[in-house]
Design a protein around this ligand. Structure first.
Ligand code: ZN
Length: 316
């Protein structure tokens, strides 16, 4: 492998899934996570974010087969299951938390969509519900005819059947954001729970847990405020997302220098990079797939691999 080469593993849910309340969660079972950590111990050198930063500045070499572990979205899984296992091995994880979730009052729209899809009678039914609303709201929001949306977005993907892909796409990006937010919230309240606060408290880490992880040597990084797609936002809104992320890291107790930012849904543009370079952020993580090169010009656009690309499910 070339010098400065780094594998970054990306995780979301790590929890007992089979036999749980939400058996369709797309995540990693604890036993698989443990097996993966054993594999990493044998085949890779797990490095810290501080080491990666020094390597990107050209101050320090990375060992061969260097690996950074990254965990997105601030799930309580990370405190309850991941943190003890990493701590036991003396390894550091990097945890990217949308600042609004640590308040534990609200559930991110992206999570509302995931859980509504699991709890609804079928994704077909969910898609029909969206189409019903589209007809009702068409003139108010200047929407396209339903056929147009079906033609463009009702298509199977690597992971999803056509109806599921349609629901996700329509509610994540396609519809105007005010309409999107209303439909997501209604679906969540109808199919998942009416108690959003209790659900948020169960789903996400709180501030004290994040502070403890930070004090125990884990790296806590930014993941926006409300997990919005940054490339869709104008300058003042992108700046506000970044500013709120910085204020959140202050609250966790992360030192002002050597901060990192992981782009929510992998979404960023040139403006994002410009704004991050103006603030204290040194490292940016994307969802582009590949091996990262630790060089100054790459520091804000490091690609990652999904946990499923590694043993036991993948070949890495
Ligand atoms: Zn995320």
């Amino acid at each position: 492998m070339m010098p400065g080469a780094l594998h970054i593993a990306m995780y979301h849910y790590v929890r007992p899934i089979l036999g749980s309340r939400f058996p369709a969660v797309k995540g990693l079972e604890i036993e698989q996570f443990k097996a993966q950590l054993d594999h990493f111990a044998a085949a890779y050198a797990v490095v810290t974010m501080e080491h990666v930063m020094a390597a990107c500045r050209g101050l320090k070499d990375l060992p061969s087969k260097a690996l950074l572990l990254s965990f997105d979205d601030g799930y309580s899984d990370h405190f309850v299951h991941v943190f003890p296992l990493l701590h036991e091995r003396g390894w550091q994880g990097s945890f990217f938390v949308p600042s609004c979730v640590a308040g534990q009052r609200e559930v991110l729209e992206v999570n509302m969509i995931q859980f509504a899809l699991q709890c609804c009678p079928s994704s077909e039914e969910f898609a029909r519900q969206i189409d019903f609303e589209l007809s009702a709201e068409r003139s108010d929001y200047c929407l396209q005819p339903i056929d147009f949306y079906h033609r463009e977005y009702r298509k199977a993907t690597r992971f999803d059947d056509p109806a599921t892909a349609y629901v996700k796409r329509m509610l994540q990006v396609v519809l105007p954001s005010a309409l999107r937010s209303r439909l997501v919230r209604e679906a969540f309240l109808k199919w998942v729970t009416r108690d959003e606060v209790a659900f948020a408290q169960e789903l996400y880490c709180n501030l004290d847990q994040l502070r403890m992880m930070q004090r125990c040597g884990m790296h806590i990084g930014a993941h926006g405020d409300r997990h919005r797609w940054l490339e869709e936002l104008p300058r003042d809104e992108q700046r506000a997302e970044i500013r709120r992320s910085s204020a959140f890291l202050d609250k966790v107790g992360v030192p002002p220098h050597g901060r990192s930012f992981c782009y929510p849904s992998g979404s960023y543009n040139m403006l994002t990079l410009e704004l991050l370079a103006e603030s204290e952020f040194e490292i940016g993580l994307t969802t582009e797939v590949g091996c990262a090169r630790c060089e100054p010009e790459m520091a804000l656009v490091l690609p990652r691999y999904d946990t499923n690309d590694f043993f036991p499910r993948g070949a890495l």
